[in-house]
Design a protein around this ligand. Structure first.
Ligand code: OAD
Length: 353
């Protein structure tokens, strides 16, 4: 038996105006969102894979590790956040993550306009089923502080602000952990030190208070470790009923998080908000014609900065005043996007190809 033909899409989305109409229509009952590092960039946190991102700027030569481990990180920078190296040597992970850990403790970063858009999507429509965030920065939780009650946020790759031993699972208070990171882990980003001075500095292990292994770290998912159980439970529940999947600020290269784009039904509209086209190898189509003159548009690419696109979508939805009301809580770059638009309303985009 040949497989049944794909179900036609619920809607044709050709611009942000038609996306807004779809969101507000009865046909769209359940919205699922998958986010990545791109939605936090305007808070000042670099992403992973862009130029200037964590992987392209990784200085393996400054890290406390063997020559063989250094070579592996130089070949594949994701190795620095893998279980394979962490179980042998926790220093590279802790040294690379030191500023992020300490900055989180100091609440250095604020939720962006894109995060606030997701909160509006929830409160204004009551259709937001879930946000799957690959981000470990906790900025989603600033907008959804009541997450323990409704579990709207699934932190697919864990979070930096909770700490546990990778060996025995015993938790540690974040503040106590930060004190040890501050005192034990060398600062490879200190601008006052030369590279040679940084290389000469040493780090000391942080031991688990329970099993004594030097495996204490933020509860982020290392490559080679499994995702939290709640991810698999939520995906099973959410994907079959999703009418709209919004993918924002992710390269879609890491599985299984990226599997969301093909776990939704054929009639679920998929919108990608990103500065580059991603996910074609997962089945997202940026060419909307089927060769016979027909249109198979179920995917829409809103190309651009996440905050800019979310702002324009808010304008199309009539929510701009809600963003203006929280402008003081936004990071500088998000506020600049908002205020530039308020003083000089841009044309609504129509870049569906
Ligand atoms: P990536 O760095 O791989 O991808 C970020 C995407 O966002 C890229 O496609 C950028 O072009 C885009 N982007 C950056 N800034 C943007 C902006 N202001 N507006 C619009 N788009 C922007 O980050 P993730 O996809 O989140 O996992 O990475 C996925 C996972 O890989 C992470 O969770 C992390 C990493 O290794 C683990 O460590 C397990």
């Amino acid at each position: 038996m040949p497989p049944p033909p794909p179900r036609p899409p619920n809607t044709i989305i050709k611009d942000l105006t038609s996306l807004a109409k779809y969101i507000q229509s009865d046909a769209c009952k359940s919205i699922v969102v998958l986010t990545g590092a791109g939605i936090s960039v305007n808070s000042g946190i670099p992403d992973f894979r862009s130029a200037g991102g964590m992987y392209s700027t990784l200085r393996a030569d400054l890290l406390t590790c063997s020559a063989a481990q250094r070579r592996l990180m130089e070949q594949d920078p994701t190795y620095v956040v893998s279980w394979d190296i962490f179980q042998r040597n926790a220093f590279p992970y802790l040294e690379v993550r030191r500023p992020f850990i300490l900055g989180t403790a100091q609440q250095q970063w604020k939720a962006t306009l894109s995060h606030h858009f997701l909160k509006l999507l929830d409160t204004k429509t009551n259709k937001l089923t879930r946000v799957y965030t690959q981000n470990i920065d906790g900025l989603d939780h600033q907008c959804f502080p009541d997450n323990n009650n409704d579990n709207k946020i699934v932190s697919v790759h864990g979070t930096i602000a909770q700490v546990a031993c990778e060996g025995c699972g015993t938790g540690m208070e974040f503040d106590a952990f930060c004190q040890q990171v501050q005192s034990n882990i060398k600062d490879i980003y200190d601008p006052s030190l030369s590279d040679d001075e940084k290389k000469q500095q040493t780090s000391k292990p942080i031991h688990c208070p329970s099993c004594q292994q030097p495996l204490v770290k933020p509860k982020t998912v290392l490559f080679g470790r499994s995702l939290p159980e709640e991810f698999f439970v939520a995906v099973k529940q959410d994907m079959p009923q999703a009418d709209l999947l919004i993918v924002a600020g992710t390269s879609l290269v890491v599985s299984p998080a990226n599997s969301l784009v093909y776990q939704v039904n054929d009639d679920c509209a998929r919108v990608v908000i990103n500065q580059e086209a991603v996910g074609q190898e997962l089945g997202i189509e940026y060419d909307y014609t089927d060769g016979s003159g027909g249109n198979k548009r179920r995917d829409y690419f809103a190309k651009g900065d996440c905050d800019q696109v979310c702002l324009e979508l808010c304008q199309a939805l009539g929510w701009e005043q809600d963003l203006l009301a929280i402008q003081d809580s936004l990071p500088e770059m998000s506020r600049a996007v908002l205020l530039a638009a308020a003083s000089n309303k841009p044309q609504m985009r129509n870049n569906s190809k």
